[in-house]
Write a protein that binds this ligand. Sequence first.
Ligand SMILES: Nc1nc2c(c(=O)[nH]1)N[C@H]1C(S)=C(S)[C@@H](COP(=O)(O)O)O[C@H]1N2
Ligand SMILES: [Mo]
Length: 418
Amino acid sequence: MPNAGFADYITPSDRFFVRTHVYVPAVRPSEWKLTVEGEVSSPLSFSLADLRALPAVEVVSVLECAGNGRAFYDPPVAGIQWTNGAAGNGRWRGVRLADVLKRAGVKNTAMHVLFDGADVPLGRMADFQRTIPLKKALDPNTLLAYELNGESLPAQHGFPLRAVVPGWAGDSWMKWLTGIRVLDRESDAWWMNNAYRHPGKAVAPGTALPQEAMRPLESLRVKSVIASPLDRSLMETGKPTVIRGVAWSGESGPVTSVEVSVDAGRTWRPAKITSPSTRYGWRQWELSWTPPAEGYYTVMARARDMGGDSQPLTQEWNPSGYLWNVVPRVGVGVVTQIQTAPLPLENGSPFSPPPQLQTTCMTCHQDDVIRQQRLTRAQWDRELNKMAGWMPADRQLSPGDRETLLNYLSTTFGLRTR
Ligand SMILES: Nc1nc2c(c(=O)[nH]1)N[C@H]1C(S)=C(S)[C@@H](COP(=O)(O)O)O[C@H]1N2
Ligand SMILES: [Mo]
């Protein structure tokens, strides 16, 4: 989801990020069932109609992937390079997992609850299964949801049923749920022992840690995102604007306050919280600001939660790049009058490489040296001048070809926006 989506209270389903390890399984509702087994006195199976007959409960909750923000870790970490967008605030409706477990009769040997979905792994990959401790499973906010935002769950978000584990990272929110198994011990499922683990303490950046030295991820951390202004946008002096965004937390939530700085963290002002407080939903905040003078401003936001946790200015590295929650910042240029249309703000150019890349740059360079660069248009312009100075006279670019190449380089290999 683009940063602008953090202006909404509820994230529309078609904007909600999707994270699927293999593929979206086709589920036929008439054949689908949920089985509940393991440490229960009577193993049961539920159809969709059986579940819909149980009391329905609605919970507003943030769903955030554990790896959201991974792209900001240095040194880089393998995995999807999410910046901010692997998070959304949904209105989830379904039944309490506790109600389902109660019907099956949880034995007093029960410790953990395993979720399995209809997605089948590829090749020799292990089946994606996750467990949560019984205490979280019995929490009245933990749901088996069949609806998102008032409609039947979309296929990519887990139709017909998914786990909703508010306050916890997305990996526990099993999609296409078909099986629940109550266990008498901590699970040894591959995805519990080999993924979604965190050292829980500072380690030297770049370290490879054995999985035993880490613990499964549970709670999210207090976090805010700035929806507006966008990074590297332009504003005019004396024109009132509103700095806005959202903030959320995990088990130590909800968010109680948000502060905003327009001077790179030297001074802070309280933002106004404009949305209601729910236990696990995000809260919208805003601060009116009139840029006083020309210049470059670094805007930051810092949330604090009920438990007293607040966002750090910098963060200890961890081996899989999980739980990024550093104070966000965006840069804003302020001018007396905006002259030209602002340059494209988000990277990811719709252009394919122009032939000039091949015929000019790649006669000497391999393309990886180009791909590694993250430069502004002005910096690319300087690089092109430098290269032109080294190129034989008969290979110089025409002004039009040079412009094409500069446009391509600065949109495709421009700075990564925050
Ligand atoms: N069955 C199944 N459930 C799953 C996954 C998966 O690959 N298979 N991915 C998990 C991860 S890592 C995340 S972050 C969330 C993402 O949910 P979404 O795609 O609805 O946003 O689903 C979780 N549930
Ligand atoms: Mo995830």
